[in-house]
Design a protein around this ligand. Structure first.
Ligand code: ADP
Length: 534
């Protein structure tokens, strides 16, 4: 244990000697004594004195004054002063000493036991204080480390975010081109063999897109960037769409597909239709993948209703290969599959259910898996939703052949896009809708075109060399010619990040379209924007 310096100040040397002798049995102290208050002050300034035993009656500076001097100096105000006095035990002296900053009194003639006990207790107190001080320093240090670690984590999150934004753009841009060209090719005369090639190309590019979307989804959720967008929608229509889509796929595998909807299921609910569909699609895709014969059932049941709050359970049951009991917990972890043979036989990344589990958490719901190995499985998602009563869904154009859409009349569009494949595909689609199209390879050229011609609409890619889409939009939207400044702009963003889409709106875009985009969606957006023309 560290030794504590103790000062004895008494104008009579015999007193300092006897007190030193008395305290010699106290452990962990170094005794320094003085008969001169001025010299004692210097000792206190220069040495790390922790306790001072101060005689009250001294010529020149008395004990009270001496303690006041110690207390008034930041270098010495921590010293514990104990007054040693023979004068009186009356309260006024006691108070005077305490007011000057002393912590205790010793009365002459000194009782050896009390003196040793008091000093020992103060030494212990100082040791405890020292320990607290050290712990505080350690605490401050660990707090500093924590703040540092938090900043580092924040920095890592930011770089992950920008990596995500870049990667999603880089990968989705060429896929957008491939998917678009497939759309175009489908609308040209093809022989059977060519149609088969196109179908294979379509299925391969769709799988690639699914894998990329899965990887992006899981990274987005894990970095806290997945925002659930709530809206009112018809859950009946959603389930019918899912049923229609998967019935054909099940038929291809000679499987029966049934949908069983609880009559209590409300027509409209408020939630995220995309995420609910993603969860159910995942269950059904797995059921299709792991079932060779029998049937797949999609069931929607109302489990509880409290006012307008409906607890709904969506279950997908199959008669497939089932899952071994020891694997069932594992399958919700990212990159985990039922057993090692699964990858070889069925493929897959093991991401599907991990995403489903995270999405269910984001929707405040729960996932359940029941399975009998060799007989089949049932996966369910249950959550509570709000029923919506007065809701009118927007009319949607229900057509899939892009070339059969009504032609636009006298519409001139500027496409600002640096990727050749994408601009080629976009120009082709726009021309098939009767539009006149110009192409600019970057934002700067786009501005020049806008200055030279009048456009009905501009389609602007966000990431472009020389001048980015955002800068070009800002410049167009502040154009001195109001006619040009009002030109509607649709940004084409390959990023899955919401803040990037928000940035496009902030820059002045009138609408945003993702990559790869659905041509029908683009058609509707263009139709809406140009119908506002004056
Ligand atoms: P994957 O892309 O590998 O299918 P998932 O996360 O969707 O990844 O599924 C993880 C694993 O769970 C699968 O590899 C499979 O072993 C098991 N699994 C999921 N659904 C079923 C099902 N309906 N029947 C049997 N096994 C299933």
């Amino acid at each position: 244990m560290k030794h504590v310096n103790l000062l004895i100040l008494d104008d009579k040397e015999e007193n300092t000697i006897s007190l030193s002798a008395l305290l010699s049995e106290v452990e962990h102290i170094n005794i320094i004594s003085s008969t001169d208050p001025n010299e004692a002050l210097k000792i206190c300034w220069k040495n790390d004195i922790a306790i001072a035993l101060v005689d009250v009656q001294m010529p020149e500076i008395n004990g009270f004054e001496f303690v006041s001097l110690l207390k008034s100096n930041p270098k010495t105000n921590h010293i514990m002063a104990i007054m040693v006095t023979a004068i009186s035990k009356e309260d006024k002296y006691l108070l005077k000493g305490l007011e000057s900053g002393a912590v205790d009194y010793l009365y002459k003639p000194l009782s050896p036991e009390i003196t040793v006990a008091k000093v020992t207790s103060f030494v212990r107190q100082i040791h405890i204080q020292e320990e607290i001080k050290q712990k505080n320093i350690a605490l401050e240090e660990s707090q500093r480390q924590l703040i540092l670690a938090k900043e580092e984590a924040e920095e890592a999150r930011r770089s992950k975010e920008s990596f995500l934004a870049n990667m999603s753009h880089e990968i989705r841009t060429p896929i957008n081109g491939i998917v678009g060209i497939i759309h175009i090719l489908r609308n040209t005369p093809l022989n059977d063999e060519q149609r088969d090639w196109i179908n294979r190309l379509d299925s391969a590019s769709n799988s690639l897109l699914l894998i990329i979307n899965d990887i992006l989804d899981i990274s987005k959720i894990d970095s806290g960037m997945m925002k659930i967008e709530y809206e009112s929608f018809s859950i009946h229509k959603k389930l019918t769409d899912i049923n229609n889509f998967f019935k054909i796929k099940a038929l291809d595998k000679n499987l029966a597909f049934e949908t069983d909807i609880d009559p209590q299921l409300p027509e409209y609910i408020r939630s995220s239709p995309i995420r609910i569909q993603q969860i159910i699609n995942n269950f059904i895709s797995n059921a299709l993948k792991f079932t060779e014969e029998g049937k797949i059932t999609l069931q929607a049941s109302v489990m509880e209703q409290v006012g307008s709050q409906y607890t709904i359970k969506f279950t997908v049951a199959d008669t497939g290969i089932g899952i071994k009991p020891d694997a069932i917990e594992k399958i919700f972890l990212a990159f985990e599959q039922g057993d090692d043979g699964i990858t070889k036989k069925y493929g897959g990344t093991g991401l599907g259910l991990a995403i489903v589990k995270r999405l269910a958490d984001l929707l405040h719901g729960k996932i359940e898996a029941k399975s009998t190995y060799g007989e089949g499985s049932a996966f369910s998602f249950q959550a509570t939703f709000e029923k919506v009563d007065d809701f009118r869904p927007e009319e949607t154009i229900d057509t899939t052949a892009i070339s059969s859409l009504r032609k636009f009349d006298n519409v001139r569009i500027l496409v600002a896009e640096d990727n050749e494949l994408n601009s080629f595909m976009l120009v082709h689609i726009l021309k098939s809708w009767g539009c006149e199209v110009d192409v600019a390879k970057n934002g700067r050229i786009a501005i020049e075109y806008v200055n030279q011609h009048d456009y009905d609409l501009i389609m602007m890619d966000t990431h472009m060399p020389v001048m980015s889409g955002f800068e070009a939009i800002q410049e167009i939207k502040t154009h001195p010619n109001p006619q040009k400044a009002y030109t509607p702009i649709i940004t084409i963003s390959a990023s899955v990040l919401q803040h990037e889409q928000a940035a496009a709106y902030e820059a002045g875009a009138d609408s945003v379209i993702g990559k790869p985009f659905d041509p029908i969606d683009l058609y509707q957006k263009i139709d809406k924007l140009i119908s506002k023309r004056v």
